[in-house]
Design a binder for this molecule. Structure first.
Ligand code: ADP
Length: 190
């Protein structure tokens, strides 16, 4: 089973990705988490990525694509995976398409998590207090929302056209949202 969670910053992708991936017994692969791990370990990739992340910009596609291809080639991703935060640009969609075609077919489901814009800023400012992420300041949050609308939101239409998109309301309790995702996926994935 190969799935993708897509939605604006603050929609709850990271939280839901772990729960959904556990349920289906597949790894959750989060590009944001991988970049943050590299930043805290001070790797060359981390140093480069940090400059973009702190501005609310996307890390360049070549860096991101190489990282994800490497991760997808690891053994635990062989029987499926849940992607969180990749692809985020049309160029990344092409890279993922090529990678999946080389094995057998595309994504089984793309779950779009929706959330109201006002709630996003509140959630991310709260996360800044709890987790101290350096990209969760109000200016950077607004910049990330703009970048999402411009570069990532168009992907929703691409996957809708392919017939794999399901939309799930991301407002409410964490557990409620997870149940909505399972309900939306039932019959689509095994
Ligand atoms: P959020 O979904 O809350 O924006 P993430 O943890 O998914 O946060 O990502 C944090 C940052 O990591 C992004 O703002 C971006 O700089 C970088 N990043 C993550 N995934 C990608 C990607 N697929 N392409 C480019 N940059 C990415």
């Amino acid at each position: 089973m190969r799935m993708l969670l897509i939605g604006p910053p603050g929609a709850g992708k990271g939280t839901q990705a772990v729960r959904v991936a556990d349920h289906y017994g597949i790894p959750a692969i989060s590009t944001g988490d991988i970049f943050r791990a590299n930043v805290s370990e001070g790797t060359p990739l981390g140093l480069e990525a940090k400059e973009y992340m702190d501005r609310g910009a996307y890390v360049p596609d070549d860096l991101t694509n190489a990282l994800v291809l490497d991760r997808l080639a690891q053994e635990d991703a062989g029987s499926g995976f849940l992607l969180d935060g990749f692809p985020r640009t049309l160029a990344q969609v092409s890279t993922l398409d090529d990678c999946l075609e080389a094995t057998e077919g595309g994504l089984d489901a793309v779950v779009q998590l929706t959330i109201e814009t006002d709630a996003i800023v509140d959630r991310l400012l709260k996360r800044a207090e709890d987790q101290g992420r350096s990209d969760d300041t109000e200016d950077v949050i607004r910049k990330r929302l703009d970048v999402y609308q411009e570069q990532t939101h168009p992907l929703v239409a691409v996957y809708a056209q392919r017939g794999v998109l399901v939309s799930v309301d991301g407002m409410g309790e964490v557990g409620e949202v997870t149940e909505r995702i399972f309900a939306a996926l039932s019959g689509r994935v095994v």
